[in-house]
Write a protein that binds this ligand. Structure first.
Ligand code: NDP
Length: 462
């Protein structure tokens, strides 16, 4: 039998890679993990974690304004961008340390190098040019924002990677895209006092979300003062004499801003990884093709997380990692279940959602009951803020199964996590109806919508 340097070699120290390496090492397997940059991956270093910290930072302006309605007088306030960056950096460095410590404690070998495949069981460590072998290789190298090279002046634009550490907070920013990242950053920058414009090619932001969420959020963003340009795209970006960015759109508008941020999707990090040499197949987007058990077409090579472009979410990568370990090292084949994934958009107000949108459900089922509530959250009664919370349940009339639950409002992400459990368990509307409300909360509305607001039969609202 062939002998290898390692039982498992993991390429990539993000959420999926670290979880896999740590679990395998803690079983006593000989494990190495190579990371060329910082442990934690997109989520910890330049994604979910710093994003959420910046969301909190951007909410204070409204909190200060709202305070007066509750009797508080807040004195003069000011915001220090560099102080936020420094605080964020401290926190992600702490988390990075925890990732390393977890790997260390489990007994994994940490390699600070880029690693490339040179065969089905062989990896080259580029820092030392050393070759190492492993019985199994796991690729968990994630993705990066698409640079959109077809756009003249794309190199003058930033992506979410740079947005966290800009040398100075821009006075005005233009953000291209209508997905998670564009929408979240538009709200962050606006909250921090930046004159913010979002440009999106479609009719309304967040194309894959329920119509009520899209409409409700876009209206709320516009009401706050974010300019949202729809059905238009950037055609050209150039630098002005004073170092700003001049943008020409397809509709013929010219905008001058300090930064242009492109948030037009993310692509897998499969370049220069030696995939062709090792014979690993990729799809037309460059993502590694895997089966339900994260196996590539090469028996000894596996891939999971964003590099496989299944669902680009941290918890999904972690779940895929746990299934991979269970299957390969515990002899218990389990495949990740990608159905009914609850998710949140950390916009302001937030969106929390799980299951089908009304539009998706209308295509799949003949008769739907839609329960919808739109109301002013309690806090807004005293703060005077003009804002609305929207809650919506999409129910299959035939068996009363709740197919989708969608919330726009404060803490919608937290609610989506809990609703996700119920919907995953196959909850019916009758279960909602016999659940006692928690009062006074916003979420009690979810269990007190007794009559459908309308029905959708044969795809038509009746
Ligand atoms: P998304 O896929 O969410 O959005 C991409 C946006 O870019 C869409 O609005 C899309 O338009 C638009 N777009 C794509 N190509 C072009 C083009 N050629 N010209 C103009 N517009 C274009 O990607 P993001 O980059 O926002 O985020 C990447 C992924 O990261 C997300 O899918 C999500 O899985 C994950 N993520 C999750 C977060 C969370 O859970 N809160 C937060 C941030 C990211 P259209 O809709 O018309 O196709």
């Amino acid at each position: 039998m062939a002998t290898f340097d390692y039982d498992l070699f993991v390429i990539g120290g993000g959420s999926g890679g670290v979880r896999s390496a740590r679990l395998a090492a803690s079983m006593g397997k000989k494990v190495a993990i190579a990371e060329e940059f910082r442990f934690g991956g997109t989520c910890v270093i330049r994604g979910c974690v710093p994003k959420k910290l910046y969301v909190y930072a951007s909410q204070f302006r409204e909190h200060f304004e709202d305070a007066a309605g509750f009797g508080w007088q807040v004195g003069e306030t000011s915001f220090d961008w560099q102080a936020l960056i420094a605080a964020k950096e401290k926190e992600i460095t702490r988390l990075e340390g925890l990732y390393r410590k977890g790997l260390d404690n489990a007994g994994a070998t940490i390699l600070a190098t880029r690693a490339v495949l040179v065969g089905p069981n062989t990896i080259r460590l580029t820092a030392t040019d050393e070759l190492v072998t492993a019985e199994r290789i796991l690729i968990a190298v994630g993705g990066h924002p698409t640079p959109h090279p077809g756009l003249p002046g794309f190199d003058l634009c930033i992506s979410s990677n740079e947005a966290f550490d800009l040398p100075a907070l821009p006075k005005a920013i233009l953000i291209a895209g209508g997905g998670y990242i564009a929408v979240e950053f538009a709200n962050i920058f606006h909250g921090l006092g930046v004159e913010t414009t979002l440009i999106y090619r479609g009719k309304q932001i967040l194309s894959r979300f329920d119509q009520d969420m899209r409409q409700g959020l876009q209206s709320a963003m516009v009401a706050k003062g974010i300019r949202v340009i729809c059905e238009d795209i950037i055609m050209n970006v150039s630098e002005t004499e004073d170092g700003r960015r001049s943008v020409i759109t397809k509709a013929g508008e010219t905008l001058t801003v300090d930064q242009v941020m492109l948030a037009l999707g993310r692509v897998p990090n499969t370049g220069s990884l030696g995939l062709e040499t090792a014979g690993v197949a990729t799809n037309e987007k460059g993502a590694i093709i895997v089966d339900a058990f994260s196996r590539t077409n090469v028996e000894s090579i596996f891939a999971l997380g964003d590099v496989t472009d299944r669902v680009q979410l941290t918890p999904v990568a972690i779940h895929e990692a746990m299934c991979f370990i269970e299957t390969e090292f515990h002899g218990n084949p389990v495949s990740p279940d990608h159905d009914m994934i609850a998710t949140a958009v950390f916009s302001q107000p937030e969106i929390g959602t799980v299951g089908m949108s009304e539009e998706e459900a209308a295509k799949a089922f003949d008769d739907l009951e839609i329960y919808r509530a739109e109301f002013r959250p309690m806090k807004a009664t005293l703060s005077g803020r003009q804002e609305k919370t929207i809650m919506k349940l999409v129910v299959n009339a035939a068996d009363r199964k709740v197919l989708g639950a969608h919330i726009l409002g404060h803490d919608a992400g937290e609610m989506a996590q809990l609703l996700g459990i119920s919907l995953k368990a196959g909850v019916t509307k009758d279960d909602f109806d016999r659940t006692m409300a928690v009062h006074p909360t916003a979420s009690e509305e979810l269990v007190t919508m007794y009559q459908p607001s309308y029905r959708v039969r044969g795809g038509q609202r009746v």
